[in-house]
Design a protein around this ligand. Structure first.
Ligand SMILES: Nc1nc2c(ncn2[C@@H]2O[C@H](COP(=O)(O)OP(=O)(O)OP(=O)(O)O)[C@@H](O)[C@H]2O)c(=O)[nH]1
Ligand SMILES: [Mg+2]
Length: 300
């Protein structure tokens, strides 16, 4: 055989809620990034490494590109835009069921202007009729000279194999950047924190889950059990009440659901203790954003 080894970097970008993180998890074959039906779920860059004996592709999931209303939002959009720079090919994900939105037109044209190679992924094709895709494809083609346009369903693992083949054809000879058994750059502690946040996105309504940050204050092995203490920081006193719930019921529910997922990830029994704290308007505080682990040179 003696085929040359190929490698490269792909940034997954797009508007919030289009299915970027779902795609990352499908490619990785496991849960690395959290998913919810609420926009602005992902807050940071998340790497998944896809390795075979012939190739290694580094996929970066990014926060959804939107018009930010606070400093955290500005940070998130900056992360997404910056991740496009050091990439061999951008994967621009759109939602087939939503039609083409102005922001997407702007993104497509912007990538074209920057001259970054880009594959357009029309996701959630399970929700639409095939014939509805054709006008969408034609319209997008007029905005950017895409390397390829691939309809996929990230959720149902449809078209993802085709995507990997297309990327592989596109990549050039290159080294292995990570051990072949590396799956992500996310430490278990960070994934555990994200899992807790995911359950809150699922269980809580409106602005409450968006104003939450999770701090893991303790994570240690004690015999066969992993002990985890986490502080849920929310923005208002009224939110704290909602998170705890009547007789502590909501907090219990969050804990039970999160523990089950964390146990699956660690393949160990977990003892999870949750605390709730108010940190007023933390999403507009450079100091607190940085404290929660969002690293950016632009933050004071
Ligand atoms: N029907 C269908 N739903 C999908 C598909 N891919 C993702 N979803 C759903 O779309 C919603 C958003 O998915 P995410 O993966 O969290 O989207 P995202 O682009 O990462 O969103 P942000 O992190 O907010 O930018 C979830 O409810 C997913 O289950 C798909 O192929 N088909
Ligand atoms: Mg996401």
């Amino acid at each position: 055989m003696n085929k040359k080894f190929k490698s490269g970097f792909c940034a997954i970008i797009g508007m919030p809620n289009v299915g970027k993180s779902t795609l990352l998890n499908t490619i990785a074959g496991q849960k690395i990034a959290i998913i919810s039906d609420k926009p602005q779920t992902t807050r940071n860059k998340i790497l998944a490494v896809y390795s075979t004996e012939n190739e290694q592709i580094m996929f970066t999931d990014t926060p959804g590109i939107h018009n930010p209303h606070n400093k955290l939002g500005e940070y998130m959009v900056r992360m997404a835009n910056e991740s496009m720079r050091d990439t061999d090919v951008v994967l621009f994900v759109v939602d087939a069921s939503k039609g083409i939105r102005d922001k997407e037109r702007e993104i497509a044209e912007n990538i074209d202007k920057l001259g970054i190679p880009c594959i357009l992924l029309i996701n959630k094709v399970d929700l639409v009729k095939k014939e509805n895709l054709l006008p969408m494809i034609a319209d997008f083609s007029s905005m950017n000279d895409f390397e390829a346009i691939i309809p996929i369903s990230a959720k149902e693992n449809d078209g993802v194999e085709n995507l990997i083949e297309t990327i592989t054809e596109y990549l050039e000879e290159g080294p292995m950047f990570y051990d072949e058994d590396t799956v992500t750059d996310q430490p278990e502690k960070a994934i555990a924190a994200e899992i807790i946040r995911e359950k809150m996105l699922w269980l809580l309504d409106k602005e409450v889950p968006h104003g939450i940050a999770i701090e893991i204050t303790k994570m240690r092995e004690k015999g066969k059990i992993t002990e985890i203490n986490a502080t849920i920081c929310c923005e208002r006193k009224s939110h704290k009440g909602i998170i705890i719930g009547k007789n502590g019921d909501m907090l219990k529910k969050i804990g039970t659901m999160a523990r089950a997922d964390i146990e699956k990830m660690l393949d160990k029994k977990v003892y999870l203790e949750l605390w709730v704290k108010v940190k007023t308007d933390w999403r507009n505080s450079d100091f607190l954003i940085k404290n929660f682990g969002f690293k950016d040179d632009d933050l004071a």
